[in-house]
Design a protein around this ligand. Sequence first.
Ligand SMILES: [Zn+2]
Ligand SMILES: [Zn+2]
Length: 345
Amino acid sequence: MADLVVSAKEGLLCVPGDFYIDPWLPVERAVITHAHADHARAGHAHYLTAAPGAAVLKSRLGEISLEALPYGKKIVHNGVTISLHPAGHVLGSAQVRLEWHGEVWVVSGDYKLDPDGTCAPFEPVVCDAFITESTFGLPIYRWEAQQKIFDDIRHWWRRNAEEGRASVLFCYAFGKAQRLLNGIDSVVGPIICHGAVSELNRIYRESGVWLPPTLSVSDVSNKGDFSKALIIAPPAAAGSPWLRRFADYSDGFASGWMLLRGARRRRAVDRGFVLSDHADWPGLMRAIKATGATRVIVTHGHVDIMVRWLREIGLDASGFSTEYGTDEDDNVAMNEAVAFKESHA
Ligand SMILES: [Zn+2]
Ligand SMILES: [Zn+2]
């Protein structure tokens, strides 16, 4: 049987269904796994996404023709049965299950296995072929328990407050920020969020996700005592003028990339916290195994290395080249922040 999904110039194409999954060029019909910018692009005629992700997608793309499908509900398009299943990555993130003439393919999107309080937990979906991401697809990537990371952050915040300085925590605005807020779960002082983070907090709260009380940066005056405050901002905000009001502060950065302790990175912030919304190496392996798939196609990340490894354990593995980024995407923003710090040193 011909492949159910191929990599076309517009994106991953479901051939008999004549629709795309997370396409990077404008198409007629797009199934969107989640609203991170590299997966959810503007310009498609029709969008289909998991219902819990609809509000975020709209807030990012404006008025679009959007069908919101509850997790697990099946619809048929051109003879292909489509259903969406939780990917545990960010609010509304989904794996796409496609069934055609008895054959089942699953496109993972981005995923994480450890459940957190901000989105539906990852659900393994049995299939014949699994198309998996590999953002952290190297054996060196192994995450510590998230509770330990939340504890470390709380500690750092309390310590800074005791020493009379604000704590500025950089993280990706969509997903990571809310996961941190939900997980830190205690209040040493006021929590102040960058506008981009506040907007997503609003959507998460409206979706029923608990977050501690937060202030938006526009709500606080330039003068004040911020010595006990925790400020949550995307990495792109590093070095921007509004941070100056917090005077003397300690900064930290929460990202899976913090595992790479390059000298430049270490200099960039006072503290690195290794926390990713993607599966680590053991998580990727566990997820692949749980699908029971004999065929695995690896996308964005460490494609060649993972393909080689999967072949060694007897799977029919290959890669697709895609135009997805490494969304938490810090790499770019972080380099800008480092450059800023160096130029002001
Ligand atoms: Zn993502
Ligand atoms: Zn991705």
